[in-house]
Design a protein around this ligand. Structure first.
Ligand SMILES: [Zn+2]
Length: 69
């Protein structure tokens, strides 16, 4: 399983909630914040994911969060 697979699985699991990069980093225990950032940007390019500035369902902050349809 690649990190991208893990991120994709997590986003699908928490759906229909959305989750920000920081919470993804925390939940998957990623070491570098940029890593989640890079992966969610990659996912956002695929049709079944939506990434925008919205309220994260976990930390409650309004920032770039991703969700699966
Ligand atoms: Zn969050």
């Amino acid at each position: 399983m690649s990190v991208l697979d893990n991120v994709r699985d997590l986003v699908k699991t928490v759906s229909p909630n959305c989750i920000c990069d920081d919470c993804i980093t925390q939940k998957l225990d990623l070491s570098v914040r940029q890593h989640a950032n890079h992966k969610t940007r990659e996912l956002a390019g695929s049709p079944s994911f939506f990434r925008a500035k919205q309220r994260c369902s976990y930390c409650g902050d309004e920032k770039l969060s991703i969700r699966a349809y």
